[in-house]
Design a protein around this ligand. Structure first.
Ligand code: PXP
Length: 249
């Protein structure tokens, strides 16, 4: 099975908000999120990933509704576990919902979700999403207790947090790769679908794919949107897909 790419386009919304957060209805607002999603899809992305944060720092509710109507592949909605955002997810009906930790001060999602420690709080949320036929993913660190908690909670998918790997160098990076490899093998053996994401770019993705088996989807945002500034979004997505095409699984 091919390795799929979900492109996280929050970063396109961040650029728009930098100029137009206070005048969202102005006639000259840009860049357009639905256009960005369509270009990613045209380049071969398998899904469009967005995170509706409680503070609405990038994606807005209106964006989500528009993307739900325009996305032709799959919409992967990342959410924190709060009643307000869960209600929006249930109403929007994205194909995939990824539960992530959320902390107001962070620049981006920092650690993985403590699925083990928060089993009590997560159980009801995951049940409601499963009942609504959303495919639930838990964004977790490559850690055995977290993987076993995903199974216990009835989440069919995990997304392994690759941030520690992306930020490390040398031996520490190799150690993180081994953690990811072992976690992927354990999760696959427990019949979980294994995705990965955070901090992946055009060089470290190759290292990840060379070492970690069983991956089905990668979610990548910042690096693709950064590259798009130089070469355009369609080409940036195409270049990432090209290097992912060699993955042996
Ligand atoms: N996956 C998840 C669950 C995330 O929260 C993020 C960041 O929003 C990403 C993937 C993409 O991370 P990056 O922008 O570093 O590629």
């Amino acid at each position: 099975m091919n390795l799929g790419l979900g492109v996280n386009i929050d970063h396109v919304a961040t650029l728009r908000q930098a100029r137009y957060a206070r005048t969202p209805d102005a006639h000259n607002v840009e860049p357009d999120l639905a256009a960005a999603a369509a270009l990613c899809e045209r380049a071969g992305a398998q899904s469009i990933t967005v995170h509706l944060r409680a503070d609405r720092r990038h994606l807005q509710d209106k964006d989500l509704a528009r993307l739900r109507a325009s996305v032709r592949t799959k919409l992967n909605l990342e959410i924190g576990n709060t009643p307000e955002i869960l209600a929006i997810a249930l109403q929007t009906r994205p194909e995939d919902v990824c539960l992530v930790p959320e902390n107001r001060q962070e620049i981006t999602t920092e650690g993985g979700l403590d699925a083990h420690g928060l089993r009590g709080e997560l159980a009801g949320t995951i049940r409601q999403l499963n009942d609504a036929k959303a495919r639930v993913s838990l964004f977790i660190d490559p850690d055995e207790a977290q993987i076993r908690a995903a199974v216990e909670l009835g989440a069919p998918v995990i997304e392994l947090h690759t941030g520690a790997f992306a930020n490390a160098t040398g031996e520490a990076q190799t150690a993180e790769l081994h953690r990811l490899r072992d976690a992927a093998a354990l999760a696959d053996g427990l019949d979980l679908q294994v995705n990965a994401g955070h901090g992946l770019n055009y060089t470290n993705t190759l290292l990840l794919l060379g070492a970690v088996p069983h991956l089905r989807e990668l979610n990548i945002g910042h690096s693709i949107v950064s590259r798009a500034v130089f070469v355009g979004l369609e080409r940036a997505v195409g270049e990432m897909l090209k290097l992912m095409a060699e993955y042996k699984g």
